[in-house]
Design a binder for this molecule. Structure first.
Ligand SMILES: Cc1cc2nc3c(=O)[nH]c(=O)nc-3n(C[C@H](O)[C@H](O)[C@H](O)COP(=O)(O)OP(=O)(O)OC[C@H]3O[C@@H](n4cnc5c(N)ncnc54)[C@H](O)[C@@H]3O)c2cc1C
Length: 376
């Protein structure tokens, strides 16, 4: 091994930079790079650094906190590269002291701050740091003005579960002002027949009404794109996809083709078996469909919310959330208009009562104005 190869950093070696390169590979990559320069293409890093790379963020307090920003991706790379293992050169001593400093203002950091403040007694100081313009982490929302109506939708975390009465979590909910965790939902008010609407992104999965639709765009040869309603009722007949793909998706939709024992608790035999295989292997076995169908069409659905595909997630990921639901019935799943942003806002209002305008009611905490002066 040459000296330069031996001295490589671990991440460069992981990328294969220590591997020998043939003359042909070298020439091919040089040609590709020259071609890319001629077409004035932008690199992935340049694409990510464009200001709007997270897409339109709507209006209001959350408009510039639309998902994770480019600087957060960079911080992740910095952690991987060991940049933070020594104290940065430009550290400024602000002279401030705190009894507790929490990095991250998501629901974990906010709950940690609440528990710290409750247990450490009066006079304690706790600092919560976050690298977004607003707290919440994955539990954030976006707001949009459509035809004069303010529409609110969750970014990531959507649903919370009703808890056993008097349990630790039920008491925690109550302590932040969520004393009736079974929410009351607005009913249909128009004179037209009611449009069946889902209260959470998940509660109609498997029973989608005819108003449910798929969007087929340019990738499916549709210019302009088309909304295609009632796909399952129509058994995908007429959808712009191949017969083979239609058959595969219908097979998935029909459900497992063999027994699918579900884990009863984390660590039981079924959960350990599922945890030993990928979700993709499990789906191939259970539904008899191809890896390609799973990777192309089902990846965001299966193991949803994990940020990874079924090819790397454990099969247990698909069952784990159900084990968190303490009460059996499905209608225990609850959701604020902005998802668990509501929980984050309730916690912030409990920590600093004037940080969100209005009373400590669900309605006011959801709609109230954030007083950033009290948070910064
Ligand atoms: C798409 C999706 C859907 C989900 N759906 C649900 C659901 O329906 N119900 C449910 O209960 N859970 C759901 N979850 C899981 C839930 O969102 C998370 O478990 C939870 O929000 C995590 O909270 P957290 O505070 O631990 O982390 P995060 O919410 O990630 O918060 C961490 C915060 O710390 C900040 N941060 C990180 N590093 C630094 C740093 N160095 N300096 C400053 N700030 C930093 C981050 O930017 C972020 O704001 C979902 C998750 C996703 C991704």
């Amino acid at each position: 091994m040459s000296n330069s190869r031996r001295n490589l950093k671990a991440e460069d070696r992981a990328l294969g930079l220590g591997q020998p390169i043939s003359r042909r590979d070298f020439l091919n990559s040089t040609l590709i790079a020259s071609g890319a320069l001629l077409t004035s293409g932008v690199s992935p890093a340049q694409l990510l650094s464009q200001e709007d790379w997270t897409g339109y963020g709507g209006v209001g307090d959350y408009s510039s906190s639309n998902g994770n920003t480019y600087s957060i991706v960079q911080s992740g790379h910095g952690i991987r590269n060991g940049d933070f293992e020594t104290l940065p050169a430009k550290v400024i001593d602000t002279g401030e002291t705190y009894d507790c400093v929490i990095v991250g203002g998501g629901i974990s950091g906010l709950a940690a701050a609440l528990f710290f403040m409750r247990q450490s007694g009066s006079g304690s100081k706790c600092l919560v740091l976050d690298n977004h313009p607003i707290f919440g982490g994955e539990a954030k929302r976006n707001e949009f003005m459509v035809d004069g109506q303010r529409l609110i939708a969750h970014q990531g975390s959507a649903v919370f579960f009703q808890q056993y009465p008097h349990s630790f979590l039920a008491r925690f909910y109550e302590s932040i002002g969520l004393s009736s965790p079974k929410l009351e939902y607005q009913t249909w008010g128009g004179t037209d027949s009611a449009l069946p609407l889902s209260r959470t992104p998940y509660d109609m999965v498997g029973s989608e009404p005819a108003s449910y639709g798929f969007y087929f765009g340019a990738k499916f040869g549709q210019r302009p794109g088309v909304w295609w309603t009632d796909p399952w009722g129509k058994k995908l007949q007429g959808a712009p996809i191949s017969d083979a793909l239609r058959a595969e998706l219908l097979k998935w939709r029909a459900g497992p083709q063999k027994p699918d024992p579900r884990p009863k608790y984390e660590g039981d035999e079924v959960s350990r078996r599922l945890d030993g295989i990928t979700l993709e292997d499990h789906m191939v076995d259970l539904y008899g469909i191809s890896r390609e169908t799973i990777r192309t069409f089902l990846s965001p659905v299966e193991g949803g919310g994990s940020g990874l595909g079924p090819d790397v997630l454990s099969a247990y990921a698909d069952y784990a959330a159900d084990l968190l639901r303490p009460l059996e019935s499905d209608d225990t799943d609850q959701m604020f208009p902005g998802g668990n942003t509501g929980i984050a806002r309730l916690m912030v209002k409990t920590l600093i009562p004037d940080s969100i305008s209005g009373a400590n009611t669900l309605e006011d905490v959801s709609r109230g104005k954030v007083n950033f002066g009290l948070l910064d």
